[in-house]
Design a binder for this molecule. Structure first.
Ligand code: FES
Length: 147
């Protein structure tokens, strides 16, 4: 049912945890299943120098968080904003149809973290959207260390 890559990222998540001195944080959730995803970013020279996640959710949400952090690490902010849930799904060799919505959480969490950075630093980026998920919280990264 799940690809080997999904199982690998579920069993051995990359970039899991908290970045204590993060420059930005984005938290999103899915009201239907109650799952929550938080992305932390460390940004230097408009590049994502470090990224981590905490996900309170299903296995597919953990695997997509892990893969999404791998895809954005080292990218410029505008490059990171072009990474869609489809790119995350492709990198994981797909998910079952009833789990596709879990990958949207990763795309939204990255967008939300960059939105947080842009708001705090008065910046504008091509492709940045106002977060739309159900439980987006506007918070300062230093106040959001734990879920
Ligand atoms: S079931 Fe909620 S994110 Fe997967």
């Amino acid at each position: 049912m799940y690809s080997e890559k999904v199982m690998d990222h579920f069993d051995h998540p990359r970039n899991a945890g908290v970045i204590q001195n993060a420059d930005a944080v984005g938290t999103v959730g899915n009201a239907k299943c109650g799952d929550i995803m938080r992305i932390y970013l460390k940004i230097e020279d408009e590049k994502i120098k470090d990224v981590s996640f905490k996900t309170f959710g299903c296995g597919a949400a953990v695997a997509t968080s892990s893969m999404a952090t791998e895809l954005v690490k080292g990218k410029s902010i505008e490059e990171a904003l072009t990474i869609t849930n489809k790119a995350v799904l492709d990198a994981l060799d797909g998910l079952p149809p009833n789990k596709i919505h879990c990958s949207l959480l990763a795309e939204e969490a990255i967008n939300a973290a960059i939105y947080n950075y842009a708001t705090l630093n008065h910046k504008h980026y091509k492709g940045l959207r106002e977060p739309v998920e159900d439980i987006y919280e506007d918070e300062h990264p230093h106040d959001a260390l734990e879920i």
